[in-house]
Design a protein around this ligand. Structure first.
Ligand SMILES: Cc1cc2nc3c(=O)[nH]c(=O)nc-3n(C[C@H](O)[C@H](O)[C@H](O)COP(=O)(O)O)c2cc1C
Length: 385
């Protein structure tokens, strides 16, 4: 069996295991995919200047995030339909993150419900990602469920007012609820490991996998039109709605998908606890700037009044360090845990997270930095090519 020595090895393994429609849904971007290229270029252009003779032989990744101690400045990002990558994939991700000692953010669009994930991963640090549905009462009910399951940070995604234009999904016939096409059936048949290891297990157990948190009626053809409208992502969401969310949500509130300084300032004003500076992994709008170009100005402007998180494009431990050096306090990983999950289930997800941590550890040794805050304090040491 070929060795899995870096995240590209995991990606290749995931590509073999998953039907093409699902692999591309995870892997690709939007429109002409220039955002994906920009993300990589933006991270590759940053260099980190080492300090020598610092006299440390161990690195400490301990991080306090939103008042809670965790083992590393990493978070498993919310990813819709992670449960399709492996049977019960969201629970496996939660267990893997829990063993590594980092939080996992459950997506509104997960296959498995937050209650079932909590049962399967009782010790996990769970966050909940919210897409606000047009029906506010249904949205509020969903938040009550997340809170009852011990999710203590609500990650409100604000960079997805409409469905992005992903032409490959249309070509591949990939959508929810599933409408089987001949080509997608052939695609699935060509991936028997996934067919029998994932899809068939759902079909024998809980039935055709779909968005677990959506009302039952969403899945039935007769009522779908009206219910689909009720759970459509609310395109009119505005800053005033944030007061409503602050009132009904008892825990921390993080706004995901902020790139402009003005929006970070507004997040402070409405009493948010954090922001995720994110280009949504290059999946939504192809002309977005890269987070590395936005983090420093946001960090300067908010000056400690918000916890700054970042994501998009991380493929190496050094990419994480670059986001941290620019001013992020922790980094979300989207595709990497999914590739780990596809390559080796729960153990694969844990292994890829530990691999990123090992890469961070090695690079920090070279940089002469033994603690995460020291890396941030050394912001002046970060250089742009
Ligand atoms: C398959 C997939 C599904 C995603 N689903 C969601 C989602 O439901 N909600 C959300 O806020 N972000 C979602 N994201 C974006 C991630 O949370 C994160 O911002 C992005 O993946 C980070 O980039 P990276 O994949 O390069 O690490 C998704 C990303 C992927 C790859």
């Amino acid at each position: 069996m070929p060795m899995l020595l870096n995240t590209s090895d995991y990606r290749r393994r995931a590509r073999r295991f998953l039907p093409r429609g699902l692999f591309e849904y995870i892997d690709r971007g939007t429109e002409d995919e220039t955002a994906l290229t920009r993300l990589r270029a933006s991270l590759d252009a940053i260099t980190l200047l080492p300090a020598v003779l610092t006299g440390h032989d161990r690195r400490d990744f301990d991080t306090v995030l939103f008042g809670r101690r965790m083992a590393a400045p990493l978070v498993v990002a919310p990813t819709a339909l992670a449960g399709l990558v492996s049977h019960d994939g969201e629970t496996k991700l939660a267990r893997a993150a829990s063993r590594v000692g980092i939080p996992v953010c459950i997506s509104t669009q997960s296959v498995t419900t937050v209650e079932a994930i909590r049962r399967g991963a009782p010790d996990a640090l769970l966050w909940f990602q919210l897409y606000v549905w047009r029906d506010r009462a249904l949205t509020a009910r969903l938040l009550e469920r997340a809170s009852a399951c011990g999710c203590d940070n609500l990650v409100l995604t604000v960079d997805t007012p409409v469905s992005p234009k992903r032409e490959y999904n249309e070509r591949n016939g990939f959508g929810i609820p599933f409408k089987p096409h001949l080509s997608s059936m052939i695609d699935v048949a060509l991936h028997p490991g996934w067919l029998f290891g994932v899809l068939a297990r759902y079909l024998i157990g809980e039935g055709m996998p779909t968005y677990g948190h959506y009302p039952d009626a969403f899945r039935t053809a007769i009522t779908r039109a009206s219910i689909a409208e009720a759970v459509r992502l609310e395109p009119r969401l505005n800053w005033d709605d944030m007061h409503w969310l602050r009132e009904i949500w008892p825990g921390k509130l993080t706004i995901k998908g902020v790139l402009a300084v003005e929006d970070a300032e507004k997040a402070v004003e409405i009493g948010a606890d954090g922001v995720v500076v994110s280009a949504h992994g290059g999946r939504n709008l192809d002309c977005l700037p890269a987070p590395v170009d936005c983090i420093p100005a946001i960090a300067d402007a908010v000056n400690g009044r918000l916890t700054i998180l970042a994501d998009s494009g991380v493929r190496r431990g050094t990419d994480v360090l670059k986001y941290l050096a620019l001013g992020a306090e922790a980094v979300l990983l989207g595709r990497l845990p999914l590739w780990g999950l596809a390559a080796g289930g729960e153990a694969g997800a844990e292994a890829i997270l530990r691999m990123v941590l090992r890469e961070m550890d090695t690079a920090m040794a070279f940089l002469g930095t033994h603690r995460v805050p020291a890396l941030r304090d050394g912001r002046a040491r970060q250089q742009r090519n």
